[in-house]
Design a protein around this ligand. Sequence first.
Ligand SMILES: Cc1cc2nc3c(=O)[nH]c(=O)nc-3n(C[C@H](O)[C@H](O)[C@H](O)COP(=O)(O)OP(=O)(O)OC[C@H]3O[C@@H](n4cnc5c(N)ncnc54)[C@H](O)[C@@H]3O)c2cc1C
Length: 441
Amino acid sequence: MSLPETTEVLIVGAGPTGLACALTLYKEGCRDITIVDAVEHGQNSSRALAIHAATLEVLDSIGCARSLIEAGATHRTMKVWNIGDDHGATLADFGPLKSSTRYPFVLIIPQTITERVLGDHVQSIGIQVLRPFKVVGVQSDKHDKNHTSVFFEGGQTVKARYVIGCDGAKSAIRQAAGVDFKDPLEERSTTDHNLDQIVLGDVTYTKPLPRLFDDPLFMLSPTNLFLSVPFPYNEGDANRTYRVVCGVPPSSGPPPSQPGKAFLQDLVDNSGMNTVSSKVHGPSNVTINEVIWSSRFRTHSSIADTFFKRLEGDQGGAVIFIGDAAHIHPPAGGQGMNLGLRDAISLGPILAARLRSSSSDDSPLRSWADRRRQQGVTIIHLTKTILGLASVQNGGIVWMWNTVPLPILRSTVRSWSLWILAKSTWLQSQVAWRLSGLGNK
Ligand SMILES: Cc1cc2nc3c(=O)[nH]c(=O)nc-3n(C[C@H](O)[C@H](O)[C@H](O)COP(=O)(O)OP(=O)(O)OC[C@H]3O[C@@H](n4cnc5c(N)ncnc54)[C@H](O)[C@@H]3O)c2cc1C
């Protein structure tokens, strides 16, 4: 299909955020919506795995929660294992959230399936994602100052009243609009620690894992953090897939861009599965059978200076940024895609009301943008805190109390904290509450 010459709303990017945005605008009565994506087919990597309660609440409002839950697997708890102990503990218990949500669990579902479900819903309302159309620039329309001209790689131009940048972390829309993208908490930067660089892989093993691995499980060793998350499993599947995530200390140098079997097996042996399995069952020598997908990234955070901008001061075409185009942060707690989906679904009613109204007052959109930005900063804060607690600082063999150094290993402090957590169901529900997003919708 070809691009239209004009549209009321142009959504750039058909990742989870762009698809949810199209659905919510449609639900609010908008019909002149165009959604484009640079690539011929959707992404095929699993990436974000967790959908939390606050996101399911809003996904329900656009009719998608039930199909996502049916396609994924729900988990009431997340577990943690301090290597050296002989039993694990509950880190987060989502069960007690039932007084605040219909979804007292974390939903584990690979991003590919999330995108497929959202994409099916978009198709069912008659909206077609136009591909491959790559945006290369935007500017205020020369003839109609309240519209934006959007330029495409193939030479086409589309004129839109509102342009929504859902085009990911390197957003061409954000860059063309001249909006800064930087870490709002630079002073809390988590530099030079063992979780600065992280590898992740979706793997199968040569034999079934102990039951303990049926829930998401964090394994803490004195020098690292290893996370194992089981993929949804259907009767009859040959092998269960697990996501493994592990820090790579800076002293080991940069990890490969697509870590292979031997690299991941080394992490499983030294920081993950085998250290726990051997404690429970004696030497088990679980080996990786197949690496289905793997990647690496450096943990850093950035947020757009504003999520709403008119291209010429208070006038000119209007551009909006949501999802990774507006904020990125470490994957701790599985928050990124959740935040993007909630940006998209919260924008729908505000933008739809603006499109219906004859007023030129941007203040509802500006306050929406301020609110969402503040929520983004809160999540960046949360993910940095989680990483700080889970990490072991290089050379950080003493723990600081205010500015006074105490001769206590940071990993010992971490073990004490876990011991307290394991005894307190209240703390476990507090961890679940923070991760669920229910206090920061
Ligand atoms: C390697 C990796 C691992 C990750 N792991 C996790 C994880 O474990 N947990 C977690 O919560 N999150 C994870 N994330 C983050 C998560 O994937 C993102 O938060 C989520 O994809 C954001 O969705 P989005 O729709 O905003 O952007 P994206 O998913 O990035 O989608 C952007 C879309 O815009 C399109 N596009 C880009 N530029 C243009 C252009 N110029 N013109 C037109 N279209 C364009 C792209 O083709 C793409 O389809 C990971 C990300 C990566 C890269």
